[in-house]
Write a protein that binds this ligand. Structure first.
Ligand code: 5CU
Length: 382
């Protein structure tokens, strides 16, 4: 245990709000929730979420939409505060008008879900649940509709960020049409949680039956890697240096590839002069969840962030824990449940164990990652 009481804050935890689950129930193609008779002869609901998902989908139930289930999960794992976000694929599959209406309704639902959650135990003034809102980022939407929803989120006191996928309004996060959106998000000081859904071209995974392993283990993080790299290459972080972007799954492969990226940029006559900084600098401007399941991986990301600070021309005092100041604990609940009934979830235990086992981290780094960074990022005080 840590010498001082620090709240454990989960910044990667999902929900399908009841209204969203209803939307999925009304659909006949993925993403959808459908009913069937289970192996025990009882009716059950199943979720088909990924395009081309093999088989009959996965069981889905109250752990996806009931707040009491979220609170129970938090209690079981000693999580004091959760920043809840809608799970993929958000509103991506909807036509613009429906996406706009549903975004606003779901943001109001989420505000209610958060504002009526219990006080965080032992941390007066803090709630146990806060949220990331949704934007109607779908093909064909007008930018003014997206800006409208940013304005709405600004009025919701328990929503201090947004979760987005990687497609923007159809052409990715480097699309110029998104410039006013980045500007408004920066102005509103919202944290942007960038999360994958589509993976990469499934043909590259071959024909063997490997369940969901390749799309989830590799496709998801590669998708994030490509999206954030394109955003960096488009100069978005040069134009909006105060954007606060949080990357799912510890930034995918970006930390591992950032020096190669820098070298490729330096050797490319078209791109070399475009950016204000060495590519590695931008990692010192990003936030990374600590959902990597291994201590060595977390330690590596932390080292790369510390190195990135050296490219950060704003300087600042040297701090041995600097890498840990941009990494935040997460669980990915309700995904990755235990295969057999158990109080504690192995996926959560693995992520906690990893945080405790990073060789270069002491108590202050662990406290940062477990909770203090989240409080700072979301301007909460305890
Ligand atoms: O298991 C999965 O498919 C997922 C998912 O869809 N989204 C997520 O955040 N984690 C796991």
């Amino acid at each position: 245990t840590l010498s001082t009481k620090v709240p454990i804050v989960d910044i990667h935890t999902h929900v399908y709000l009841p209204r969203y689950a209803e939307e999925l129930r009304a659909r006949s193609s993925a993403p959808r929730i459908y009913r069937r008779t289970g192996a025990d002869g009882q009716p059950e609901e199943r979720l088909l979420i990924l395009d081309g998902e093999p088989g009959v989908g996965r069981p889905v139930g109250p752990q996806y939409w009931e707040r009491d289930q979220k609170l129970l999960f938090m209690k079981r794992h000693d999580i004091d505060i959760s920043f809840v976000s809608s799970a993929n694929p958000w509103l991506d599959f909807l036509p613009p008008e429906r996406a706009h209406t549903l975004a606003q309704e779901l943001n109001n639902d989420l505000e209610e879900y958060c504002s009526t959650s219990p006080q965080a135990n032992g941390f007066p003034g803090l709630r146990s649940i806060y949220g990331f809102g949704l934007l109607p980022l779908v093909s064909g939407i007008s930018v003014s509709s997206v800006l409208d929803v940013i304005k709405q989120i600004n009025t919701l006191p328990h929503i201090s960020g947004i979760i987005i996928g990687t497609r923007g309004v159809g052409n990715g996060l480097d699309d110029e049409i998104l410039e006013p959106v980045w500007e408004a998000i920066q102005q509103a000081n919202l944290v942007v949680f960038i999360h994958p859904h589509y993976g990469v071209d499934s043909k590259s995974f071959g024909n063997k039956t490997n369940g969901h392993v390749l799309p989830l283990a590799l496709g998801f993080p590669f998708e994030t890697t490509i999206a954030i790299t394109r955003l960096i290459l488009a100069g978005v972080l040069d134009r909006y240096p105060n954007l606060r972007l949080l990357l799912a799954h510890s930034g995918g492969a970006l930390p591992q590839l950032s020096s190669r990226l820098a070298s490729c940029i330096a050797h490319d006559p078209i791109v070399a002069k475009r950016l204000k900084h060495d590519a590695r600098y931008y990692l010192s401007k990003l936030y990374f969840d600590a959902v990597a399941y291994g201590a060595e991986e977390l330690g590596f990301v932390s080292d790369v962030i510390r190195r990135a600070e050296a490219y950060n021309s704003t300087g600042g005092e040297y701090n041995a824990d600097v890498g840990s100041t941009r990494m935040l604990f997460g669980t990915d609940h309700p995904f990755f449940p235990p295969l057999e009934a158990s109080q504690k979830w192995q996926s959560v235990e693995d992520n906690l164990e990893a945080i405790w086992s990073v060789r270069t981290w002491g108590d202050s780094a662990r406290a940062n990652v477990l909770g203090l960074n989240a409080l700072r990022l979301f301007d909460l005080e305890c």
